[in-house]
Ligand binder design. Structure first.
Ligand code: S3P
Length: 197
């Protein structure tokens, strides 16, 4: 057989995906910096596996009846982190009718020691990683992140990335998300999940 032009494009076939979806017995939890594409990739990954998808930031806003910027502004980051921990604990316990789930977390969730332990114990953590230029390009289109309002976005992203990297590294799966179709990142995650035992 000839070599595929782009080995990254190889996706497990439908049968392998079905078997994988049945074998995974805990939520797949996407962690990593803001702008890396956790929500977009998470939705696609969930669709391929026929799993439910939950965006933890959205679930926090729903539970608090407030947007994240409002929460930061009125009560501060520590308050938001408490809510985030509780909501993520709940999401990790939910398994509706035996259907699996993919959970996209906010960029700071895995940085909180207690939330990180919960995710490592009850989920499969997948660290989505990108270079700073890609992150900046992606967050540039959406300024709803309170931490980015604290200074020059490039400096904030650089600082947070270097502060957080050692913690993200604790995730058992590490995926490099490059510019281009998210489907490629999804395929890379599926290949890593196939190795997960
Ligand atoms: C944050 C990232 C945001 C959101 C909040 C804090 C962070 O989520 O949870 O603004 O600390 O990096 P995204 O990673 O989805 O942007």
């Amino acid at each position: 057989m000839p070599e595929p032009a782009n080995p990254e494009a190889i996706t497990p076939g439908p049968r392998e995906i079905e078997a994988l979806a049945r074998r995974i017995d805990r939520p797949v939890v996407l962690v990593g910096m803001m702008g890396v594409g956790k929500t977009s990739v998470g939705k696609r990954l969930a669709a391929v596996l026929h799993y439910g998808f939950v965006d933890a930031d959205e679930a926090i806003e729903e539970a608090a009846h407030m947007t994240i910027p409002e929460m930061f502004e009125r009560f501060g980051e520590a308050y938001f982190r408490d809510g985030e921990r509780r909501v993520i604990a709940r999401l990790l316990d939910e398994r509706r009718d035996g259907v699996g789930s993919v959970v996209a977390t906010g960029g700071g969730a895995f940085v909180d020691a207690a939330t990180r332990s919960l995710i490592l114990e009850r989920g499969i953590a997948v660290w989505l990683d990108s270079d700073v230029e890609t992150l900046l390009d992606r967050v540039g289109r959406n300024s709803s992140r309170p931490l980015l309002r604290e200074g020059d976005p490039r400096e904030v992203i650089l600082r947070l990335k270097s502060e957080r990297e050692a913690l993200y590294r604790e995730a058992p799966i590490h995926i490099q998300s490059r510019p281009g179709p998210h489907q490629r990142t999804v395929a890379a995650i599926l290949r890593e999940l196939e190795q997960w035992r």
